[in-house]
Every structure is written in C-alpha cells, then in structure tokens.
Design a protein around this ligand. Structure first.
Ligand SMILES: C[S@@+](CC[C@H](N)C(=O)[O-])C[C@H]1O[C@@H](n2cnc3c(N)ncnc32)[C@H](O)[C@@H]1O
Length: 341
C-alpha cells in the first residue's frame, strides 16, 4: 500500500468491494448488537489494518444511518501512504478520522483507549503464522470495549484465509475472552469451529450484491466473476444475544439424481442433509430456494440420530413430514414468511 499505483488500483477495484462489504456488515452490526451500543453521545471505532479506509467508511455509512451523533474513527496501518489517502477521502460530515502508523500486532500506539467498535478486515491474510500474536492484540483490545461493544473480524473467502480467521476465532474463544460470538454461527458457538475438523472444509459468505458498471468491466477483463460479496467473518459482542439454535446452510445446494443436498451447521457440527425429490412438493420448493448463509429451524430429530454427523459418506434425510422454516437471510434479516422473502 506504500506505492501510489497499488493504492490507486486497490481503491478503484477492491475499494468499492470493501465499501460494500463494510456497509453490509455495518447493517448487520446495527441488527445484532446490543441497543446499549448506541446509547452514547458519540461512537468510537478502531480499524486495524485499515488500508485506504473504504471498509471502515462502509461500516460508518451503515452506522450513521441509525446513529445520529458523531463517529470517531481511528485508522491503524503500517502504510503512511494508505493512511493519508484515507484521511483525504470524502466522507460524511459526522465522521471524524484520526490515524496511527503502526506495524501490528506488536506496535499498539492506540492503546490504552476505549472503543465501541473494533474491526480488522483483510489484514490477517498478510500476516501468516502470527495468529497467536494477533490473538494477544485482539484480547487486549477487547478489554477496551465500552458497553455494548462489538468486534468484527473479516478475511477473504478463500480456503486458506478463511481457515486462518476461523482458527483465530477458536483461539480467542478458548481463552478468557470477554466477548460472545454473535454471528454467523448458530446457537452461541463456543469452540471449536466445525469447519476446521476436516482439512478440506472452510466456511464463507456469498451475499448477492450489485456493483458499478466500471467495476464489472474491470472484473470481466480480469476474468473475475463479481456478483456477490465473498468473505469469511466473525462478529463478537460484549453483550448481545447469540443466534438461537438453528441450521445455517454453509455450502451451495447440490443437485443429485433424485435428491438435493447441502451442508448445514448448527454451531457445533456440520450435517449433510439430503432431500429426496421424487415428487415436487412445497417441501422441495422451499428446500431448493435456500441460499448459502440462510438459517432455518432445526428439526428436533437431528441431535437424536446416532453416528457422526460429519460422516461424508452418508447424508441425513430431511424428514418428509417436516416443513423447512426459513428463519433469516445471511445477514440476519428475518425472513418474511408472508411475503415469501
Ligand atoms: C488488503 S488491505 C485491507 C484494507 C482494508 N482493511 C480493507 O479491507 O479494505 C491490507 C492492509 O493491511 C495493512 N497491513 C498488513 N499487515 C499489517 C501489519 N502487520 N500492521 C499494520 N498494517 C498491516 C496493509 O498495509 C494494507 O493496508
């Protein structure tokens, strides 16, 4: 990020994507955080590995549409060039930006401090094998959170980055970490993450999104398909309610001969669930409409079955007498059953 041409290319392409990810996750913070987060005169946010600031500007856009006071945003990065780009970018008049140049996780000039929201996006991927030290840093930062405080960690959706973040999450949860995992895992997951039990699994989002014409043209010329926000994330809260027991679809739906199947996570285990579709029915229709990241009600029979839920040789059959109850979209927006969306 120190070279101007890299910053420019990043801003023109990934900047828009990062802003969109920030905005989507910012709306999720508004939805899932404790109301105490917003009971303040001003909000304080810290972004670690902030780069040119588009991600945190996206979060700020979502927060400032719900919160009517000012938002102080402190950006930390090892690149002076990225930070000065961020400071000079246009922004909401209620957003006040300050910066620290620091190489994480060892340099911590922003501490002691107190924050309402701490984010770190796409930074761990550039710091392989430093997860213990990043866990130390995040643990220290978590102790600075004010009532209702939130910590959001985001990494790219590829297998390596995703597994690195999920492992960091497990590391934090297995320490005396004061935060609860609010999303995306159902049922208040503690640790370990079931995606890490098999070396070929990982878990990521694939949220449909619209991008500008310019971005789509650049993507096409690079051979990228840009139709979704792809990322792995963990949202922790000092307070707030973990997701109730439910099943989250963590794979695309697979169409086989006479059946559909998908991998569903209940926070502790992954279940490969199969629906036989010999007859078209309401059940088949609602099952096949599911998208990655959606949550559905848990059939009580699942935990009662014997055998390993992760046995990839077999799949559990969805009980044909049970309806599929769609609970929430990937970002936590409750499903409107009357409107069917
Ligand atoms: C891929 S960019 C992500 C920027 C922004 N968070 C986003 O998601 O759009 C990674 C940023 O992290 C910064 N970074 C990477 N490792 C760092 C470290 N050890 N200490 C401080 N900054 C770091 C880089 O300078 C770069 O600006």
């Amino acid at each position: 990020m120190d070279r101007p041409e890299i910053r420019e290319a990043y801003g023109a392409y990934y900047g828009e994507v990062s802003h969109a990810k920030g905005e989507s996750l910012g709306r999720e913070i508004v939805r899932r955080a404790s109301p105490r987060l917003f009971l303040k005169d001003r909000l304080r946010m810290l972004d670690l590995g902030a780069g040119t600031g588009e991600f945190s500007q996206g979060i700020a856009t979502a927060l400032l549409s719900e919160f009517y006071g000012p938002l102080d945003l402190h950006l930390v990065d090892r690149s002076d060039g990225a930070l000065s780009h961020a400071v000079n970018a246009p922004r909401d008049p209620r957003l006040f930006i300050s910066v620290s140049r620091a190489t994480l996780p060892d340099e911590r000039p922003f501490l002691p401090g107190s924050f309402d929201i701490v984010t770190m996006a796409n930074c761990l991927a550039e710091n392989e094998h430093r997860d213990e030290s990043f866990a130390d840093l995040l643990e220290e930062v978590s102790n600075t959170l004010r009532p209702g405080g939130i910590m959001l960690l985001v990494e790219p959706a590829d297998k390596r980055s995703s597994r690195a973040l999920l492992s960091l999450g497990d590391l934090l949860l297995s320490r005396h970490f004061p935060l609860t995992l609010l999303a995306p895992c159902p049922g208040g997951r503690v640790a370990p993450c079931p995606a890490l039990a098999h070396s070929d699994d990982w878990c990521h989002e694939d949220r449909p999104a619209d991008f500008s014409e310019t971005l789509l043209k650049t993507a096409e010329s690079l051979g990228h398909i840009k139709d979704a926000l792809k990322m792995t994330y963990l949202l922790f809260g000092l307070e707030g309610t973990p997701l109730p027991p439910s099943l989250r679809l963590v794979s695309p739906l697979h169409k086989g001969k006479g059946f559909f199947s998908g991998d569903f996570c209940d926070g502790n285990n992954w279940w490969r669930i199969r629906l036989l579709n010999r007859n078209r029915s309401d059940l088949t229709r609602s099952f096949t409409r599911l998208h990655r990241g959606e949550t559905i009600g848990t059939p009580l029979v699942l935990p009662l079955r014997s055998g390993s839920p992760r046995d990839r040789r077999g799949a559990m059959d969805w009980p044909k007498e049970l309806p599929v109850i769609r609970l929430a979209h990937p970002d936590g927006q409750p499903f409107d059953r009357e409107a069917g969306r």
